[in-house]
Design a protein around this ligand. Sequence first.
Ligand SMILES: Nc1ncnc2c1ncn2[C@@H]1O[C@H](COP(=O)(O)OP(=O)(O)OP(=O)(O)O)[C@@H](O)[C@H]1O
Length: 744
Amino acid sequence: MTTKLPHRPRGNASRPPAAATIDVPSFAAAQLSLLATEHAAEASEMALLASAHSPAQLARAGLAVRNLLVASQRTGMGGKTVVELEGDPATSGGGEKGDAGGSGGVIGEHGIRVGDVVGLQSQEGSGESGKKRGGAGKKEKQSNADKGVEGVVVRVKQDAISLALGKGDDRDDADLPQGRVWLVKLANEVTYKRMKQTMERLEKLRDSDYTPLMRTLFGLTPLSDIPPGAEEGTSGDTVKDSEWISERLNDGQKRAVRFALAAPEVALIHGPPGTGKTHTLIELILQLVICRGKRLLVCGPSNISVDNIAERLAPYIKEVPLVRLGHPARLLPSVLSHSLDVLTRTSDAAQIVQDVRREMDAKQASIRKTRNGRERRAIYADLKELRKEYRQREQGCVSSLVKGSKVVLATLHGAGGHHLKNEQFDVVIIDEASQALEAQCWVPLLTAKKVVLAGDHLQLPPTIKSLNSKATKEAKDKKGKGAKAQVEPDPKAADAAQPTTLETTLFDRLLGLHGPSIKRMLTTQYRMHSLINEFPSAELYDGQLVADDSVKERLLRDLPYEVQDTDDTREPLVFHDTQGGDFPERPEDDVPLSGGLGSLNESRSNELEAALVKQHVESLVGAGVRPEDVAVVTPYSAQLGVVSRLLREAFPGIELGSVDGFQGREKEAVVLSLVRSNPEHEVGFLGEKRRLNVAMTRPKRHLCVIGDSETVGRGSKFLKRWMAYLEEKADLRYPDASSLSVLG
Ligand SMILES: Nc1ncnc2c1ncn2[C@@H]1O[C@H](COP(=O)(O)OP(=O)(O)OP(=O)(O)O)[C@@H](O)[C@H]1O
């Protein structure tokens, strides 16, 4: 199949001018103000949570764990002190949600995960006896003064939680709280600080300081030409047909790699769901490093996006020496052996660092033995000195490891750390770029020469908490534009050039600024049955997204294990239409769910829909489909809570998630509960095309949609067409509400 590609003009005469140029200082100033609003929104959400809820409430919401004791402390990676916390056996709470201790020492269910930033506080004076800490009085003052210490969770076991203390460099161990303690999840400030520093630097640069890449990214100079024949594979410096490293690359993927190699400053790789975006990036990285001797910085907005690439590069470690920066607690186990922290301990150069470490460990052990205050302080003073020495030696080791690497992998904000201060890279690659804030992308870009961005701007952008705040609304009203305007960037739109919302990503903005000729789209997808593929392809990807032959007819009944042929397992697309008003939604704004601050927002649930979900899952599992191959996805956290109550025990392996949380994932079968059903036909944030795109493109062989076509179909033109598509192409069912039970 030949795909029509946007023409990338050659020669300056034929090039259309960029839609708009950007004044860099005002761009940076606008970003700083938007970031400040966002940070304030985040901070006030946190403060609200902490002040309006007692530790007991926070524990019940999965955001805190109470009744802990410091069981041991030692020196962990990076010279940080690691403390292990266990339940206090003298308490009665063990096993209750968010409570540790009791005779079994078990810590009840909680939402604290490895990698979280947490505060460790003394339990005395925290007003934890069920009283609200926001209430006036002595207790509040006391707990505010006693902020405790901060740390990153490095290990979570059934009966213990370990923290690496400190987020910065100069942690004074002496303020480790004594006695019974509790820990609470905190906002991670590092990302915000790095973005702020970056934008401040950008704001101060003079025109003469701008790099050539920066100039093209702001439309101050046009893009340079791509050499003739480079994309077709016929020019001198391109990949010849015999030179591909992966044996499995389709024509679109090859074209994207050649395009990204040939583009002098910037290339966008647009990877719709399941099209092998990461696979393509791996080939690009190998071509750049192995065949062209380049040095790369590879980044993504999240640790998982970076680890995905690190994992897939690892088999080439001999030809591609790589190092992964970042806190080891946040890395996938399979990537740990390439992490800077681990290499700093295991490489030959590391021995000299280890000597100091042993000495520090001995000191740590002695602290717990002494009860004498003066002795303790003396030990802490020694430790401080040792830590300084440790850092100096470690610095030498680290810098030789980083310099010896051809590929450095880090999160976007991690790329702003001191390890990379004077490092030079030929190309910066940013994966999941449409999930990153523009300011985040600039962290590695201030000194870059060339950038390749990969992503899909038609899936969800990064979450913006301040999106509905007053300040952002006012800015939008001024421009007369809503969030919808960002869905498909219009090259002529002024605010694509000068964004007034953080939601406009660098990926969006560059498409607006330079037009589609700077991107190549991957069009063959290896995930969905053609009936699941058809609607998103037609609506969002100009009909270009095609299911590969290997997947286009795959059904649940063809799974490689025994599955019966039933009405459900032979259907790729099922629609339970709950229209008629018998499946009403319910607002839900009271109970916070475990593990999410966002879940405190007003949400919706629909119990009868949840009962229908259960019925459908029972039918799939009854036919032999493994629960691990099924996911239930819904846009509303309150509905997720209801579905969890109905399904969690009966189907332990099943995955239940929010649409936003499921981005980037896939399952053999997905049941999607749309929730909204009301006489006003309000659909709320279901109206966001990109959210629906994510929701409907997760399944491989079976998509079951449960929703009220009357309500949903009136939400937007897009939703109307989707409902019409389902009515025409899906296996339609009209469920009877009276036959359903909402009891677990
Ligand atoms: N050319 C190809 N031939 C056969 N299979 C392929 C090809 N390219 C990718 N795949 C398969 O498609 C699947 C998706 O690939 P990959 O994980 O690279 O996708 P992605 O686009 O990064 O995913 P996402 O949708 O999460 O962004 C993988 O199972 C991969 O093996």
